[in-house]
Design a binder for this molecule. Structure first.
Ligand SMILES: O=P(O)(O)OC[C@H]1O[C@H](OP(=O)(O)OP(=O)(O)O)[C@H](O)[C@@H]1O
Ligand code: HPA
Ligand SMILES: [Mg+2]
Length: 179
């Protein structure tokens, strides 16, 4: 796995520091609410969500949606498929969508429109990584960890063709690894 890595963008410690900061900010912003519901977007956001909720110091409920648009490619198919919907009714809830990466933005556009139709109390978006150069639609992010350049990255939950999710850091993949 490591031989396929061109460059480490963020180390394990840098990620942990950033996740802690985001967790503190969420705690502050929602301190007057009884609870929040965090919706993780599987599979990529799984690792980030696991670390993030342990840095939030108010009652957190967790649910997941699974969507996919990249499959075996480094380019979005443009078609977002729901593979698993939420288990719970989110009407009246304060919801935060937790994403690993925002690239074209198509996944989040689809998800926000879908969740907004369920009459929730409030909706915010938290993404660890933002690749703004590649955006194909307009979405506003409430919590962002790092801005990244227009390169295909892996690690800390994020895959290429289902591989590299278990790298503890976030890295740029060598081109030959996916050609
Ligand atoms: O902004 P976009 O261009 O839509 O890309 C971002 C989405 O793409 C990845 O998911 P993917 O479809 O690869 O599924 P996965 O999380 O199971 O890897 C990533 O985890 C985001 O959910
Ligand atoms: O840079 C990326 N890497 C892996 N998966 C992704 N999905 C959107 N962008 C990316
Ligand atoms: Mg993927």
């Amino acid at each position: 796995m490591k031989k396929d890595v061109e460059e480490i963008l963020f180390t394990k410690d840098e990620i942990a520091k950033k996740v802690k900061e985001i967790g503190m900010q969420i705690t502050k912003d929602y301190k007057d609410k009884n609870e929040i519901l965090v919706v993780g977007v599987l599979k990529g956001a799984n690792v980030f969500l696991g670390d993030l909720i342990r840095e939030v110091n108010i009652p957190v409920y967790v649910d997941f949606m699974a969507v996919s648009s990249y499959g075996q490619s480094t380019e979005s198919s443009g078609v977002v498929r729901i593979i698993k919907d939420l288990d719970t009714d989110i009407e009246g809830k304060h919801v935060i969508i937790v994403e690993d990466i925002v690239d074209t933005g198509l996944t989040l556009k689809y998800l926000t429109e879908n969740l907004m139709s369920r009459k929730l109390e409030s909706l915010k978006i938290c993404a660890l990584l933002d690749k703004p150069e590649r955006r194909k639609c307009n979405i506003s992010l409430d919590y962002i960890g790092f801005n990244i350049p227009d390169k295909f990255i892996v690690g800390y939950g994020i895959d290429y063709a289902e591989r590299y999710r278990n790298l503890p850091y976030i890295a740029v993949l060598k081109e030959e690894a996916y050609q």
